[in-house]
Ligand binder design. Structure first.
Ligand code: XMP
Length: 523
């Protein structure tokens, strides 16, 4: 394991990402981590960058015990300053700040094995990405220069006898041309870490971990939605503990056309998961009656979900009792690594822990423990894992679908009739997107039903009906997004079909707003 200490840089999670790509397992922990309290012995340590300047009041500092571990250390940007501080070097505010591209001139020391290891196989001149204010005035004693740029005389340094390296640039960003090679040189060449982290080994390890955690009789419950995360987590649980894992699919009455049946078929019939479908659609729809405020809709759906889920869990618990099984003690959550990073990353002088679990209430009420098998993975890794677990492609590549479902895509009051219109339009829209081979190019697409009517003409009849707004976006992280540039012919076919086939709609519009300032959902 490689330990990455996070000083709050926006790129910290990318370091993790790149190290994993080298096949090496690593853990990201806040820079406040006390080395004596680590529950593993790392093969090497990487110190990340930081939004802080080393001279700021409250600037974070690494536990000096890092340097007594006797393992290689690599400091990136602010991490370099930490090394310099620890080893008595001077740092100053850069007279020339460096942001963006720079050319790194690698300085080699023939015969000097330690210093030259970091840039082994890297071109003599290589493009790197800089983002810093502080720089080194003078390297600490015992260090030698291994790289310079036109503005930094000490852009990269290495200790002459110990495996300690500091670099001013960010090898983790894709703009640093040979960044991954440099990180690989460090984790494999210098730290000697094994490149044995693969999805297959992850599955075996995770199944073992779940079995140990839950014990030979323990029971786990979890909600599934038909989305990729909850499905992958559920299949992993099923592999680990079979029918002692109970999945619950809550039909909230605002899911997509035939969604419940499809999810049930895939999870239960094809993947063999012990699944209960709780049909609470009437309850949800009755509570949504007369409500138009988006936030209220969200709250009603969230609270009702917890209520229904809890009742189901109690029912299963009672059934289990009769079967002589243990009480349910665990709740499965499909939390991914970006959420974990968000909750543990270093945000200032004191690390804040944010709760990101939307079923927090369940944990307390039912005294359940959390089990999160995907907490080390990024989204694309979850997809790769899903493939390996035999989950069909259709499900693996499904666009995300919000918990409040179609309720926030029917603007204004949510009635069964309005949900039905939105559902049918959405179904046609997605079907045509798939027919055009565009589904994977688009990050998320859906049809919203607007609570306005406009005049139209059908045959010789005047119509006065509602409007469907089509939304399709491309995004990497759903924080920012741009609208998708459809070929007109595809839009034409979609609009034609919706107006012809969905009663109550006589007009279709395409949403050309980016996020920000708009959001992806209309409500
Ligand atoms: P916005 O509309 O904020 O959406 O740009 C960003 C992403 O989040 C999804 N979303 C939700 N997901 N519960 C969810 O589980 C919600 O209340 C919710 N609201 C928005 C949205 O679909 C998009 O992928």
């Amino acid at each position: 394991t490689i330990l990455i200490l996070d000083f709050g840089s926006q790129y910290s999670h990318l370091i993790t990402r790149r190290v994993r790509e080298c096949g090496v397992y690593c853990e990201l922990l806040p820079c406040t981590q006390k080395i004596a309290e680590l529950n593993f012995k790392p093969k090497g340590v990487i110190l990340s960058g930081s939004p802080f300047s080393i001279t700021d009041e409250g600037a974070p500092h690494v536990d000096p015990a890092v340097f007594d571990l006797g393992v290689p250390v690599l400091g990136i940007c602010y991490g370099l300053q930490q090394i310099a501080m620890n080893r008595g070097g001077q740092t100053g505010l850069a007279t020339k700040r460096e942001y963006g591209y720079a050319e790194l001139n690698v300085v080699r020391h023939p015969g000097h094995i330690i210093a030259d290891k970091l840039f082994e196989g890297v071109a003599d001149k290589t493009t790197v990405w800089m983002s810093h204010g502080d720089h080194l005035d003078q390297p600490p004693k015992g260090f030698t220069i291994i790289g310079t740029t036109t503005t930094s005389e000490y852009a990269a340094i290495a200790h002459e006898k110990e495996h300690i390296y500091g670099i001013q640039f960010h090898p983790e960003v894709s703009h640093s041309a040979e960044g991954t090679k440099i990180l690989k040189n460090f984790v494999i060449g210098i730290c000697g870490a094994n490149a044995n982290w693969s999805m297959g080994s992850f599955i075996d390890k995770e199944i073992e971990r779940i079995r140990t955690l839950v014990g030979p009789h323990g029971c786990v419950i979890g909600a599934v939605s038909g989305g990729v995360d909850s499905t992958v987590a559920a299949v992993l649980m099923k592999r680990a503990i079979g029918d002692r894992f109970h999945a619950i699919l809550v039909d909230n009455g605002v899911m997509r056309l035939n969604e419940c049946e499809t999810v049930k078929h895939t999870l239960n019939d094809s993947l063999g998961i012990n699944l209960t479908v709780a049909d609470a659609s009437d309850l949800f729809l009755s509570r949504l009656k007369g409500v138009t405020d988006p936030e209220k809709k969200r709250k009603i759906i969230g609270n009702t979900f917890i209520e229904v889920f809890e009742a189901e869990a109690h029912r299963i618990d009672n059934e289990n009792k009769e079967l002589g099984r243990d009480k349910i003690e665990w709740l499965l959550q499909g939390t991914l690594y970006p959420d974990v990073i968000e909750s543990i990353s270093f945000k200032g002088p004191s690390a804040t822990i944010k709760s990101h679990h939307n079923v927090g209430g369940l944990l307390e009420d039912m005294r359940l423990n959390l089990i999160e098998p995907l907490r080390e993975l990024f989204k694309d890794e979850v997809r790769a894992l899903g493939s390996l677990l035999g989950i069909p492609d259709d499900l693996i590549w499904r666009h995300p679908f919000p918990g409040p479902g179609i309720a926030i895509r029917v603007l204004g009051e949510v009635t069964p009739e309005q949900v039905d219109i939105a559902r049918r339009a959405d179904h046609i829209y997605i079907e045509e997107i798939k027919n055009a081979g565009l589904y994977r190019k688009i990050s998320q697409a859906y049809a919203a039903l607007l609570p306005v009517r406009s005049v139209g003409v059908m045959g010789d009849q005047r119509t006065y009906e509602q409007v469907i707004a089509l939304r399709a976006v491309e995004t990497k992280d759903f924080m920012t997004a741009d609208w998708f540039e459809f070929p007109y012919s595809v839009l034409k076919r979609i609009s034609n079909r919706i107006i012809n086939e969905v009663h109550g709609v006589n007009r279709v519009v395409y949403d050309v707003s980016s996020k920000p300032p708009s959001t992806i959902e209309w409500e």
